[in-house]
Write a protein that binds this ligand. Sequence first.
Ligand SMILES: [Zn+2]
Length: 398
Amino acid sequence: MQFKDIIGQSDLKKSLVETVKNGRISHAQLFLGKGVNGKFALAVAYAQYINCPDRTETDSCGVCLSCKKYNAMSHPDLFFSFPVNKSSKGGGDSDAKSREGGVNRSTSSKDLISTMFYKDWLSYLNSTHYYPELQSWYKKINIENKQGIINVEEARRIVRDVSFKPVEAPYKILIIWQPEKMNMSSANVLLKFFEEPPAHTIIIMVADEKDQLLKTIQSRFQIIPVPRIDDFELYAYLKTKYSNFPENQVKNAVALSDGDLQRAEHILGDGEQMKEHFMLFQSWMRMCYKKGSLEEIKTFVEKVSRIGRENQKHFLNYSLRLIRQSLLINYGHPSLNKLTHYESEWLTKFSPFIHINNGIQLTEKFEQAIFEVGRNASASVLFMKLSLDLSVLLKIPQ
Ligand SMILES: [Zn+2]
């Protein structure tokens, strides 16, 4: 992965290059930013740049032995850690035998480490062009209904693997994707490691949410904010990739994507998940408003409890977005260009129900639910409680 392969982010690329030129590479860095904005690809390109003996003023060479090994993700001084879990099918995935280390039915969840999933990880990274996203990763390893974790066994594995001297590069580089998925025990093991990392070691964590990391861990890392992808850059990229699409459709996807590559491509594709969430939200709001719909609500809660945590989080975030847009429409500040055709059509009818007397409370209820889903609250309790709250709030008159 080279800087030139990453969409936009030119200021950040420049400042990363500067750290190498000035010999001021921090040994613990946290690449932080929401969504699929290229932060992971940047971390890999930065690592490759640091270790490339023939790097230029702007990028790694791409052809030296070190770069070749980076391209194949086989460099002996490059390490990854990422969340995994055991699939409901009993193994790590349906093709466990093909994986190094292997995951079989007898491997318990607490013994799972990310290296057992390395082949899946590589093929996943290649398929996403190094723009990973949690939900599609879970899908790849068949754990859509669970959360991946970075457990204590994985933390010990990291400490073991990274403790040796670099084999051939100036630096060993460890990239931890989604460190938010550490639990308390693994965080404690890693905290000690982060406090006194071995010499010639650089640790890069790539995260969406700083607040889900222990404060003591946060304080060990230099934070590198990674902004959303610039609209113009995202448009230029998508226009080339989807050259057969009408220009307006690409522009629309960029406007709706909030600088998130995956979201933009999703909208450009069939937008299946978004449409599913829209329909689910629509029927949910109807049943919460209607009197005597407890049975319907129970069926809804059962359904939504089965879609998996990450999907629930996406759905709640999506719902919150529609609530906010409704408030904007109701108060004469519609940003209809940020809505799809079917969303804006329905929201013009729904928005009168979201107003000054319930808007703030509704927003808070959704924010609370999103927080709780992230904290592993019981989905059925959470969605039932939220539905009952909505039933009351939606009936408050304007
Ligand atoms: Zn090179």
